[in-house]
Design a protein around this ligand. Structure first.
Ligand code: GLU
Length: 486
């Protein structure tokens, strides 16, 4: 897609780990930028000193990098509009507070929490929406000074103009219209001097040249306030788009209760970046392709017109579907690394070298979704002893010892699996499932799995022989055991 160059951004508050909801916001912004050869900017909104933590910032940068969501402007990368940490921009914000105050577009408010609560209660009883009553809107300069001298610590409120319609075209939801008279004068600086998030957020978008903002619809009501602030300061507002929120299957905002995990937890469980990105690119956004894509391909398939307005439902099965696709598409060296980093790999009785792992994963990959699946298959194919599951055991028992004797005979001189199976079938007078299932279970322990020719090649003749032997003498001797117990 061509068009004027755009700049999008992700502006997280580092108060915790990154979850699927905010990751989706980051992704949509990144896709929009990539698709239009624009810039994706990262800004850390860490003005809330109580809740912002350095380790959260570090984790966030690491998660985004792991996912391949690279930012062209932001922390570590740098850029012409830094610093990209809001905590380092307090002087800049101070200048804008002064400008608003000088223009009469803001005023100090000395109302206490109790006074405000009382006023709200009265409004509720009168059937009015709760809104600041304007108590401090017109204090004289002397009165303000007197209160300041008395040590009172005011908040700063933005003076909302009377009788204005605030309209904008939402990138995701179309035309939006708010009436300024329904918005009370709102606080832009708290009494402790800290900034309201939407104040610094709006100013930085303007100063950093952000053209498009995609964010959760929980921010929709902030937008008219931000537009008012930017207009009062003569700053250019970005185009805002509010995307539907992620919800669990009960329709409530996605949370731990729905099995939602942080990106770190998902990574530790073995989800691949491509799985998360491909899943999220289709969550509340209808992609016109079902194929697994990299960031460029997902960006080409991303379109603001296809953003859904209904809440997007999290579905673990879909995430697993994309994980399966991602495993199938990954390079073998990547899969080896992925598997080796998992706890399941560390719990294997005997480690395998990289070359053996690569060979094994080439055989297994279509049967693997998570590292636990790979570990189970490694145990089945590289372990010394097989533990057939209950279903497999029944199949071995039903085939009986004569079948496995014939299989051992057929093994001598057999070339590939097909000619081996044909020879067994001929000798035992069986075909189809009755032929293939006992062989599969004898060689792998289970009734499903990778193509048998590949299993056969990987196991090699010696291991095939010992497994058929086991099926004959031990586990496959159900018929004998029955005979003995008679
Ligand atoms: N720091 C805000 C948040 O994490 C950013 C909101 C926005 O994207 O404008 O919710």
């Amino acid at each position: 897609m061509s068009g004027p160059s755009i700049k999008t951004r992700f502006a997280p508050s580092p108060s915790g780990e990154i979850h699927l909801g905010n990751l989706r916001t980051a992704l949509f912004n990144a896709l929009l930028a990539v698709g239009r050869q624009g810039v994706f900017l990262l800004r850390i909104e860490d003005t809330d000193v109580e809740r912002s933590r350095k380790e959260h910032v570090e984790a966030l940068l690491r998660d985004l990098r792991w996912l391949g969501l690279h930012w062209q402007e932001g922390p570590e990368t740098g850029g012409p509009h830094g610093p990209y940490y809001q905590a380092q921009r307090l002087d800049i914000y101070r200048g804008y507070y002064d400008q608003l105050a000088a223009n009469g577009a803001s005023y100090p408010c000395f109302c206490s929490g109790d006074q405000l609560a009382m006023a709200r209660r009265a409004q509720r009883i009168a059937g009015q929406p709760p809104r600041y009553a304007g108590t401090c809107a017109n204090l004289s300069a002397d009165e303000v000074q007197r209160r300041l001298d008395a040590g009172m610590k005011p908040t700063v409120r933005f003076r909302v103009p009377v009788g204005e319609a605030i309209e904008f075209d939402d990138l995701a939801r179309g035309r939006q219209c708010f009436q300024s008279d329904e918005i009370g004068d709102f606080i832009i600086r708290r009494s402790d001097g800290s900034a309201a998030f939407f104040f610094t957020n709006a100013i930085d978008d303007a100063l950093m040249g952000v053209t498009h903002v995609l964010r959760g619809e929980d921010h929709l009501t902030n937008t008219p306030r931000q537009l008012l602030i930017l207009k009062a300061l003569g700053l250019q507002a970005p185009a805002y788009g509010h995307v539907s929120l992620l919800v669990g299957d009960d329709g409530a905002p996605l949370s731990k209760r729905h099995g939602s995990r942080s990106v770190r937890e998902l990574r530790e469980q073995g989800y691949l970046p491509a799985a998360l990105l491909n899943y999220l690119a289709r969550l509340g956004h209808s992609c016109d392709t079902d194929a697994l894509g990299d960031l460029d391909q997902l960006a080409a398939a991303f379109s603001l017109e296809r953003l859904g307005r209904a809440p997007a439902r999290y579905d673990e099965q879909q995430l697993r579907h994309w994980q399966k696709e991602a495993v199938a598409a990954a390079r073998l060296e990547e899969l080896v690394e992925w598997f080796k980093l998992s706890p399941e790999y560390r719990h294997l009785p005997a480690p395998l070298d990289d070359a053996a792992l690569e060979e094994l994963l080439a055989v297994l990959r279509d049967n693997v979704v998570m590292p636990a699946d790979a570990a189970a298959w490694v145990r089945r194919l590289a372990g010394d002893e097989l533990e057939p599951d209950a279903e497999g055991q029944q199949i071995l028992d039903a085939a009986g010892s004569v079948f496995f004797q014939q299989a051992l005979t057929a093994l001598e001189g057999a070339g590939d699996f097909r000619s081996f199976a044909n020879a067994v079938g001929k000798a035992a007078g069986v075909k189809g499932r009755a032929l293939f299932m006992p062989l599969r279970v004898a060689l792998t322990g289970v009734t499903h799995g990778p193509e048998m020719q590949r299993v056969w090649e990987w196991l090699g003749p010696a291991r095939c022989r010992s497994r058929l032997q086991d099926a004959l003498t031990g586990r496959g001797s159900g018929a004998n055991r029955d005979a003995e117990s008679l």
